[in-house]
Ligand binder design. Structure first.
Ligand code: ZN
Length: 316
Protein backbone atom coordinates (compact mmCIF):
# COMPACT_ATOMS: atom_id res chain seq x y z
CA UNK A 1 0.00 0.00 0.00
CA UNK A 2 1.21 3.53 -0.70
CA UNK A 3 2.46 5.54 2.26
CA UNK A 4 -0.29 7.82 3.67
CA UNK A 5 0.27 11.46 2.68
CA UNK A 6 2.28 13.51 5.21
CA UNK A 7 0.68 12.94 8.67
CA UNK A 8 -2.69 11.75 7.29
CA UNK A 9 -2.04 8.30 8.75
CA UNK A 10 -1.31 9.66 12.23
CA UNK A 11 -4.74 9.93 13.87
CA UNK A 12 -3.83 8.69 17.35
CA UNK A 13 -4.33 11.20 20.17
CA UNK A 14 -1.08 12.29 21.82
CA UNK A 15 -0.48 12.64 25.55
CA UNK A 16 -0.05 16.22 26.75
CA UNK A 17 2.70 17.22 29.20
CA UNK A 18 2.82 20.58 30.96
CA UNK A 19 6.37 21.00 32.19
CA UNK A 20 7.81 23.77 34.35
CA UNK A 21 10.93 25.08 32.59
CA UNK A 22 11.65 27.94 35.02
CA UNK A 23 9.82 29.95 37.70
CA UNK A 24 6.43 30.75 36.21
CA UNK A 25 7.46 29.31 32.83
CA UNK A 26 5.89 26.24 31.24
CA UNK A 27 6.09 24.16 28.10
CA UNK A 28 2.94 22.51 26.77
CA UNK A 29 4.20 19.52 24.76
CA UNK A 30 2.51 16.49 23.20
CA UNK A 31 4.86 13.74 21.96
CA UNK A 32 6.18 15.62 18.94
CA UNK A 33 3.06 17.68 18.14
CA UNK A 34 3.53 21.48 18.02
CA UNK A 35 4.42 22.92 21.44
CA UNK A 36 3.19 26.05 23.19
CA UNK A 37 5.04 28.14 25.78
CA UNK A 38 3.57 29.91 28.81
CA UNK A 39 5.18 32.90 30.56
CA UNK A 40 3.49 34.10 33.72
CA UNK A 41 4.14 37.73 34.69
CA UNK A 42 3.08 39.75 37.74
CA UNK A 43 -0.31 40.66 36.34
CA UNK A 44 -0.82 38.65 33.18
CA UNK A 45 0.29 35.78 30.97
CA UNK A 46 2.08 35.57 27.62
CA UNK A 47 1.48 32.56 25.36
CA UNK A 48 4.05 31.51 22.76
CA UNK A 49 2.38 29.79 19.75
CA UNK A 50 -1.40 29.52 19.52
CA UNK A 51 -1.78 25.90 18.27
CA UNK A 52 -3.60 24.82 15.07
CA UNK A 53 -7.19 25.35 16.19
CA UNK A 54 -9.23 26.98 18.97
CA UNK A 55 -9.99 23.41 20.14
CA UNK A 56 -6.28 22.67 20.75
CA UNK A 57 -5.76 26.16 22.19
CA UNK A 58 -8.42 25.41 24.83
CA UNK A 59 -6.29 22.43 25.96
CA UNK A 60 -3.46 24.90 26.51
CA UNK A 61 -5.76 27.29 28.39
CA UNK A 62 -6.90 24.42 30.62
CA UNK A 63 -3.25 23.79 31.58
CA UNK A 64 -2.65 27.52 32.14
CA UNK A 65 -5.69 27.65 34.44
CA UNK A 66 -4.24 24.80 36.51
CA UNK A 67 -1.35 27.11 37.52
CA UNK A 68 -2.71 30.69 37.38
CA UNK A 69 -5.92 32.68 36.97
CA UNK A 70 -4.17 35.79 35.59
CA UNK A 71 -5.52 37.00 32.23
CA UNK A 72 -3.75 36.16 28.96
CA UNK A 73 -2.49 39.50 27.66
CA UNK A 74 0.01 38.57 24.93
CA UNK A 75 0.30 35.96 22.22
CA UNK A 76 3.62 35.63 20.39
CA UNK A 77 3.98 33.67 17.16
CA UNK A 78 7.50 32.49 16.35
CA UNK A 79 6.56 32.09 12.65
CA UNK A 80 3.62 31.95 10.25
CA UNK A 81 2.86 28.21 10.00
CA UNK A 82 -0.85 27.32 10.26
CA UNK A 83 -0.38 24.68 12.99
CA UNK A 84 1.10 27.43 15.18
CA UNK A 85 -1.18 30.38 14.57
CA UNK A 86 -4.76 29.43 13.64
CA UNK A 87 -5.92 28.68 17.19
CA UNK A 88 -5.38 32.33 18.21
CA UNK A 89 -9.06 33.30 18.59
CA UNK A 90 -9.46 31.04 21.66
CA UNK A 91 -7.27 33.33 23.78
CA UNK A 92 -9.72 36.24 23.67
CA UNK A 93 -8.24 39.48 22.38
CA UNK A 94 -4.64 39.67 23.52
CA UNK A 95 -1.91 41.61 21.83
CA UNK A 96 -0.60 39.42 18.99
CA UNK A 97 3.12 39.80 18.27
CA UNK A 98 5.06 38.61 15.21
CA UNK A 99 8.19 39.75 13.41
CA UNK A 100 7.45 42.02 10.47
CA UNK A 101 8.88 39.39 8.12
CA UNK A 102 6.43 36.85 9.57
CA UNK A 103 3.55 39.26 9.04
CA UNK A 104 4.58 39.68 5.42
CA UNK A 105 4.66 35.90 5.05
CA UNK A 106 1.11 35.62 6.42
CA UNK A 107 0.08 38.12 3.74
CA UNK A 108 2.07 36.43 0.99
CA UNK A 109 1.47 32.73 1.69
CA UNK A 110 -0.68 32.33 4.82
CA UNK A 111 -3.75 31.05 2.99
CA UNK A 112 -1.75 28.62 0.83
CA UNK A 113 -0.01 27.36 3.96
CA UNK A 114 -3.36 26.88 5.73
CA UNK A 115 -4.74 24.85 2.79
CA UNK A 116 -1.54 22.80 2.60
CA UNK A 117 -1.17 22.11 6.35
CA UNK A 118 -4.87 21.29 6.65
CA UNK A 119 -4.27 18.25 4.45
CA UNK A 120 -0.89 17.40 5.95
CA UNK A 121 -2.23 17.26 9.56
CA UNK A 122 -5.89 16.14 9.62
CA UNK A 123 -5.73 15.22 13.32
CA UNK A 124 -4.47 18.65 14.38
CA UNK A 125 -7.18 20.37 12.34
CA UNK A 126 -10.13 18.55 13.90
CA UNK A 127 -12.58 21.31 14.80
CA UNK A 128 -11.21 23.58 12.06
CA UNK A 129 -14.73 24.96 11.42
CA UNK A 130 -14.19 27.31 14.37
CA UNK A 131 -11.13 29.04 12.84
CA UNK A 132 -12.31 32.55 12.00
CA UNK A 133 -9.60 33.29 9.41
CA UNK A 134 -5.90 34.01 9.17
CA UNK A 135 -4.18 35.28 12.31
CA UNK A 136 -2.78 38.81 12.00
CA UNK A 137 -0.49 40.57 14.47
CA UNK A 138 -1.41 43.72 16.35
CA UNK A 139 2.29 44.50 16.92
CA UNK A 140 5.38 43.69 14.84
CA UNK A 141 9.12 44.19 15.30
CA UNK A 142 12.14 43.93 13.02
CA UNK A 143 15.14 42.84 15.12
CA UNK A 144 13.65 42.69 18.57
CA UNK A 145 11.41 44.18 21.23
CA UNK A 146 10.84 43.83 24.97
CA UNK A 147 7.53 43.31 26.70
CA UNK A 148 7.18 43.96 30.43
CA UNK A 149 4.70 41.68 32.15
CA UNK A 150 4.81 43.81 35.29
CA UNK A 151 8.41 43.51 36.50
CA UNK A 152 9.17 40.50 34.32
CA UNK A 153 10.92 41.45 31.10
CA UNK A 154 10.51 39.26 28.03
CA UNK A 155 12.75 39.79 25.00
CA UNK A 156 11.39 38.78 21.60
CA UNK A 157 14.12 38.62 18.97
CA UNK A 158 14.84 37.67 15.39
CA UNK A 159 18.31 36.07 15.63
CA UNK A 160 18.51 35.04 11.98
CA UNK A 161 16.77 32.86 9.41
CA UNK A 162 16.37 29.14 10.09
CA UNK A 163 13.02 27.28 10.02
CA UNK A 164 11.53 30.28 8.16
CA UNK A 165 12.77 33.72 7.13
CA UNK A 166 10.95 35.46 10.00
CA UNK A 167 11.71 33.22 13.00
CA UNK A 168 11.45 34.73 16.47
CA UNK A 169 12.80 33.43 19.77
CA UNK A 170 11.51 34.48 23.18
CA UNK A 171 14.01 34.98 26.00
CA UNK A 172 13.18 35.37 29.67
CA UNK A 173 16.34 36.92 31.18
CA UNK A 174 15.41 36.50 34.87
CA UNK A 175 15.36 32.70 34.41
CA UNK A 176 17.69 32.39 31.38
CA UNK A 177 15.05 30.33 29.57
CA UNK A 178 14.33 30.44 25.84
CA UNK A 179 11.34 29.51 23.69
CA UNK A 180 12.80 28.74 20.27
CA UNK A 181 9.89 27.74 18.05
CA UNK A 182 10.89 25.26 15.35
CA UNK A 183 14.51 26.44 15.15
CA UNK A 184 15.25 23.75 17.78
CA UNK A 185 13.47 20.37 17.88
CA UNK A 186 13.94 17.42 20.19
CA UNK A 187 13.65 13.90 18.77
CA UNK A 188 11.33 15.30 16.16
CA UNK A 189 12.32 15.92 12.55
CA UNK A 190 12.96 19.54 11.61
CA UNK A 191 10.55 20.71 8.95
CA UNK A 192 12.81 22.47 6.43
CA UNK A 193 10.34 22.97 3.57
CA UNK A 194 10.37 26.74 4.13
CA UNK A 195 13.81 26.79 5.68
CA UNK A 196 17.17 28.45 5.11
CA UNK A 197 19.75 25.69 5.48
CA UNK A 198 22.83 27.88 5.08
CA UNK A 199 21.68 30.30 7.83
CA UNK A 200 20.25 27.75 10.27
CA UNK A 201 23.57 26.73 11.94
CA UNK A 202 24.48 30.37 12.68
CA UNK A 203 21.05 30.98 14.17
CA UNK A 204 21.50 27.90 16.37
CA UNK A 205 24.90 29.24 17.44
CA UNK A 206 23.27 32.57 18.32
CA UNK A 207 20.76 30.69 20.50
CA UNK A 208 23.59 28.71 22.16
CA UNK A 209 25.46 31.95 22.89
CA UNK A 210 22.72 32.91 25.38
CA UNK A 211 23.65 29.75 27.35
CA UNK A 212 20.01 28.97 28.12
CA UNK A 213 19.35 26.96 31.29
CA UNK A 214 16.25 25.50 29.66
CA UNK A 215 14.61 25.59 26.24
CA UNK A 216 11.05 24.93 25.20
CA UNK A 217 11.59 23.64 21.64
CA UNK A 218 9.10 23.70 18.77
CA UNK A 219 8.38 19.98 18.97
CA UNK A 220 9.38 17.30 21.45
CA UNK A 221 9.99 17.33 25.20
CA UNK A 222 10.92 20.42 27.18
CA UNK A 223 14.70 20.67 27.55
CA UNK A 224 15.47 21.30 31.18
CA UNK A 225 19.12 21.75 32.08
CA UNK A 226 22.16 22.82 30.11
CA UNK A 227 23.05 19.28 29.09
CA UNK A 228 19.67 18.65 27.45
CA UNK A 229 19.83 22.07 25.78
CA UNK A 230 23.27 21.32 24.32
CA UNK A 231 22.15 17.87 23.14
CA UNK A 232 19.08 19.25 21.35
CA UNK A 233 21.00 22.08 19.68
CA UNK A 234 23.67 19.61 18.47
CA UNK A 235 21.05 17.14 17.18
CA UNK A 236 19.18 19.89 15.38
CA UNK A 237 22.39 21.16 13.75
CA UNK A 238 23.22 17.59 12.69
CA UNK A 239 19.75 17.09 11.23
CA UNK A 240 19.92 20.28 9.19
CA UNK A 241 23.47 19.60 7.90
CA UNK A 242 22.70 15.93 7.17
CA UNK A 243 19.79 17.05 5.00
CA UNK A 244 21.50 19.90 3.18
CA UNK A 245 25.02 18.60 2.50
CA UNK A 246 24.08 15.43 0.56
CA UNK A 247 21.48 17.37 -1.48
CA UNK A 248 23.99 20.15 -2.25
CA UNK A 249 26.56 17.59 -3.44
CA UNK A 250 24.03 16.11 -5.87
CA UNK A 251 23.15 19.60 -7.16
CA UNK A 252 26.87 20.43 -7.61
CA UNK A 253 27.30 17.50 -9.99
CA UNK A 254 24.05 18.29 -11.85
CA UNK A 255 22.08 15.39 -10.37
CA UNK A 256 18.29 15.02 -10.16
CA UNK A 257 15.88 15.63 -7.31
CA UNK A 258 15.40 11.88 -6.97
CA UNK A 259 19.17 11.42 -6.60
CA UNK A 260 19.17 14.08 -3.89
CA UNK A 261 16.35 12.19 -2.18
CA UNK A 262 18.39 8.97 -2.16
CA UNK A 263 21.49 10.77 -0.90
CA UNK A 264 19.64 12.52 1.94
CA UNK A 265 17.95 9.28 2.96
CA UNK A 266 21.30 7.46 3.05
CA UNK A 267 22.64 10.11 5.43
CA UNK A 268 19.54 10.73 7.58
CA UNK A 269 17.75 7.37 7.86
CA UNK A 270 20.34 5.75 10.13
CA UNK A 271 20.30 8.72 12.53
CA UNK A 272 16.78 10.12 12.45
CA UNK A 273 14.39 7.43 11.21
CA UNK A 274 12.68 7.21 14.61
CA UNK A 275 12.12 10.96 15.01
CA UNK A 276 8.50 12.21 15.04
CA UNK A 277 7.19 13.32 11.61
CA UNK A 278 10.41 12.12 9.91
CA UNK A 279 8.77 10.55 6.85
CA UNK A 280 6.31 13.44 6.69
CA UNK A 281 9.05 16.08 6.51
CA UNK A 282 11.50 14.32 4.22
CA UNK A 283 10.05 15.12 0.75
CA UNK A 284 9.53 18.80 1.65
CA UNK A 285 13.01 19.02 3.18
CA UNK A 286 14.73 17.47 0.18
CA UNK A 287 12.77 19.66 -2.24
CA UNK A 288 13.81 22.82 -0.38
CA UNK A 289 17.45 21.69 0.03
CA UNK A 290 17.61 20.99 -3.70
CA UNK A 291 16.23 24.48 -4.47
CA UNK A 292 18.48 26.30 -2.00
CA UNK A 293 21.57 24.54 -3.33
CA UNK A 294 20.62 25.84 -6.77
CA UNK A 295 20.60 29.40 -5.43
CA UNK A 296 16.84 29.84 -4.90
CA UNK A 297 16.88 32.08 -1.83
CA UNK A 298 13.14 32.48 -1.20
CA UNK A 299 11.42 29.14 -0.54
CA UNK A 300 8.76 28.39 -3.14
CA UNK A 301 5.21 28.53 -1.77
CA UNK A 302 3.74 25.16 -0.88
CA UNK A 303 0.17 24.63 -2.01
CA UNK A 304 -2.08 21.63 -1.45
CA UNK A 305 -1.47 20.67 -5.12
CA UNK A 306 2.34 21.08 -5.01
CA UNK A 307 2.41 19.05 -1.78
CA UNK A 308 0.73 16.09 -3.46
CA UNK A 309 2.95 16.30 -6.54
CA UNK A 310 6.13 16.27 -4.47
CA UNK A 311 4.83 13.45 -2.30
CA UNK A 312 4.01 11.30 -5.35
CA UNK A 313 7.39 12.05 -6.94
CA UNK A 314 9.45 11.13 -3.86
CA UNK A 315 7.46 9.09 -1.34
CA UNK A 316 5.14 7.49 -3.95
ZN1 ZN B 1 6.80 25.62 11.50
Amino acid sequence: MAKAFASAGDMEEKTVSFTEVGDGLYAFTAEGDPNTGVIIGDESVMIVEAQATPRLARKVIECVRSVTDKPISHLVMTHYHAVRVLGASAYGAPEVIMSDVTRSMVAERGQEDWDSEFERFPRLFQGHEEIPGLTWPTTTFSDGMSVYLGKRRVDIMHLGRAHTAGDAVIWVPDQEVMFTGDIVEYHSACYCGDGHFADWPETLAAIASFEPKSIAPGRGDALVGEQKVAEAIANTADFVASTYKPAAKVVARGGTLKEAWDAVRAECDPKFKDYAIYEHCLPFNVARAYDEAQGIDTPRVWTAARDKEMWAALQG
